[in-house]
Design a protein. Structure first.
Lengths: 542, 152
């Protein structure tokens, strides 16, 4: 068959091993996935260190691994700006949200909002924000998966998208959060190993002297020394600041990252996990510099065309070269290994995205809005599984219809902009501002979502044609406008209405979120079996 | 009225709010000196640290946007000011993160435990009566109102 004409046969066994291990983990997890607490929150039994790896695995997408290495390869310093923003963002998460979310929440970000706000509008608003962020992010990852796997392994784009989607759905539907978590941990370990091995190979080439790596890289770029200073990619300072804002605040609004804090036993484990994640993610982004510069120093300007659009294939091409070059056994094995790492990377991220979206649909919209809390534990899990299937199917369909031409970087940027403008302001204000109310949350989320998406549509990336001149809005990154608009929406809605209950329950949420009083506990091993919701409540001593 | 035992959350009820709403006077808990101290100590770290890291980060981004020539100056054999500042962001993130976690382990956790113990204490001894100075309404009223907004 022509589809399999140029298939990379070395990569297939490594892909097979990854699939076998992750599906084995899923089988193991499915035996332990019974009620809602196991399906959405892995029984809250993940340790701080494990969760740190899982956060890293959830966060570092193929866009980070291949995309940033590629951007650094192409633009030097400007590519590295992304790395800095992606890492510093975890201080926002640690200082403002991680422990509070763990203390006050249950499965989704809507739990925290609806604690003091009117249940149904608050959950609908939070679910809208979640689905907007996750939707863009998920489609971006699916398209990225198709493009990268097609390029690296030789499987057709459509087949690659369907394969990725099928794996993602198996992890989530059968193994829930427990399987998702371990897939993310395995991926983080693989990714760190892959990046470390490549970095060591690169450093060996330059005599273990990082400074000569800088010089070799700059010497191989047509712009020479300008390669080591800003301006090759970002030319508009306001746009750069706008992007920086969206990165540093957006992470704290990403539903799939925040959801990870519900999987640990307590707030202490939540903050420990952020510290682990910072260590791993920081080390990884430092290594992407070595990869990007290494690719520039070793492959040179001649490697630009082979690296493809956005430089995505710079890292795999570098791996092939480090292993001995095209056609050699070492080169083939190294390339296949890096391709497998990229594949595992994508799987872990999309699984995390789908489970957070299914939480928003099943736990928030179905159980608490449509069924008004009368659904049973078992019902909620089944709706969650169906929601995951539906969301996965839609994402696969859009990726297939949109095809390889969809601009991946722009959709990831959009996800961060929506997160920073819609979910982050509403969450932060619900936890810290006494006067905040339901109207404020709804208007804030709407302002954030609409302004971020609207400005992107009017930006040069989209309007009037891809990457064209003459758009009504001059910036590529909407954050600098849409983030303040999100906060203004929250403030305006709050000021236009009065909600005494929200102000009174603030005390409760405040005390709970800061002290951990009455926070959801980890399930002890013996309780980790099906519980019929109503019966469980009835036997509580009154 | 429920008799809150220290392991009240052990049962992890699906409708978790009901029991505690009846036993804890959250307004009094929020005003307790123990809780105020927790918040004050936390703020003393988190507010300056947040201002510092946002300032340092946005300053770096602004320099990258507005002063590319300065960022491109070589410090040591081609290693530029921009890269030194970028690396300083990594160091800042790790150091501030580590400082926060250490402070939380050594200081905030025990304060939070005291504040939580105080909140349970207030709820138990009060049992519908106003306690711990300065509550606007009688705690009994609060309890009824909370029942009115019991959520799922």
């Amino acid at each position: 068959m022509s589809v399999f004409a140029e298939i990379n046969t070395t990569a297939l066994p490594i892909f097979g091993v990854i699939l076998a291990v992750t599906l084995g983990v899923t089988y193991w997890a499915s035996k332990r996935t019974t009620g809602t607490t196991s399906f959405w929150a892995a029984n809250r039994g993940i340790t701080g260190a494990q969760n740190g790896f899982a956060i890293a695995g959830d966060y570092m997408s193929a866009a980070s691994f291949l995309g940033i290495a590629g951007l650094i390869f192409l633009f030097g310093f400007d590519g590295f700006l992304y790395s800095v923003g992606f890492l510093v963002a975890f201080l926002t998460v640690l200082f403002l949200l991680a422990e509070r979310m763990r203390n006050a929440g249950k499965f989704t970000i809507a739990d925290v909002l609806s604690f003091r706000l009117k249940e149904r509008p608050a959950r609908v608003a939070a679910a809208l924000g979640t689905l907007a962020v996750v939707g863009f992010y998920l489609i971006a990852q699916m398209v990225g998966a198709g493009v990268i796997i097609q390029a690296l392994v030789g499987i057709d784009f459509s087949l690659a998208v369907i394969l990725t989607g099928a794996c993602m759905l198996m992890y989530v539907v059968f193994g829930g959060m427990l399987a998702t978590t371990w897939v993310q941990i395995i991926k983080a370990a693989l990714l760190m190993t892959g990046a470390l091995v490549m970095t060591l190979f690169v450093l060996e080439r330059v005599g273990w002297n990082p400074v000569s790596l800088f010089n070799d890289a700059a010497a191989n770029h047509p712009e020479k020394d300008a390669y080591l200073s800003p301006g090759l990619n970002f030319t508009n300072p306001i746009d750069t600041i706008s992007l920086g804002l969206a990165l540093v605040l957006g992470t704290a609004g990403l539903p799939h990252i925040l959801m990870r804090f519900f999987t640990v036993p307590d707030a202490k484990a939540a903050r420990t996990s952020v510290l682990w994640a910072m260590g791993l993610i920081g080390a990884f982004y430092l290594m992407t510099t070595a990869l990007g510069f290494g690719a520039r120093a070793i492959l040179g300007q001649g490697g630009v065309e082979a690296a493809g659009k956005g430089g995505n294939l710079a890292a795999p091409n570098l791996a092939q070269e480090l292993g001995g070059g095209a056609g050699t056994a070492g080169g083939d094995i190294f390339l296949a290994f890096i391709a497998a790492v990229a594949f595992a990377t994508i799987l872990a991220v999309v699984a995390g995205l789908v489970i957070s979206a299914s939480g928003a649909v099943a736990h928030d919209v179905w159980s608490n809005v449509i069924r008004k809390g009368r659904s049973t534990d078992r019902e909620e899990v089944w709706v969650g599984r169906l929601a995951a299937l539906a969301i996965g199917a839609v994402a696969i369909a859009i990726a297939l219809i949109g095809g390889a031409g969809l601009n991946v970087a722009f959709m990831v940027g959009l996800a961060f902009a929506v997160a920073a403008s819609a979910t982050f302001p509403a969450l932060l204000l619900a936890l810290t501002w006494r006067r905040f109310n339901t109207t404020g949350a709804v208007t804030g989320v709407l302002f954030g979502v609409v302004s971020a998406i609207g400005l992107i549509i009017l930006s040069p990336t989209v309007w009037p044609g891809p990457d064209s001149e003459g758009s009504p809005f001059g910036l590529t990154n909407p954050g600098i406008i849409s983030i303040p608009l999100g906060f203004i929406g929250c403030w305006l809605g709050t000021m236009l209405s009065r909600e005494e209950v929200a102000e009174r329950t603030f005390d409760e949420l405040y005390v709970r979120s800061e002290t951990g009083l009455g926070a959801e506990r980890a399930l002890p091993e013996r309780v980790r079996r099906p519980v019929r919701g109503a019966a469980a409540t009835a036997v509580l001593p009154k | 009225m429920a008799d809150p035992t220290p392991d009240y959350a052990e049962n992890a009820p699906r409708r978790r709010f009901e029991r505690e709403d009846q036993s804890i006077d959250w307004i009094a808990a929020e005003r307790s000196p123990e809780f105020r101290e927790l918040i004050a100590r936390k703020r003393r770290f988190v507010v300056p640290a947040t201002i510092f890291f946002l300032g340092w980060y946005l300053g770096f981004i602004a320099l990258a946007g507005y002063a590319p020539d300065f960022m491109g100056e070589s410090i040591y054999q081609g290693f530029t000011v921009g890269y030194a500042l970028a690396l300083s962001q990594f160091v800042m993130t790790w150091v501030l993160g580590w400082m926060y976690v250490r402070r939380a382990d050594d200081e905030f956790d025990s304060l939070a435990e005291r504040a939580a113990a105080r909140a349970i204490e207030v709820g138990r001894s009060g049992d519908g009566q106003p306690t711990a100075g300065g509550t606007t309404g009688p705690a009994g009223t609060t309890t009824t109102e909370h029942e009115g907004v019991t959520r799922r």
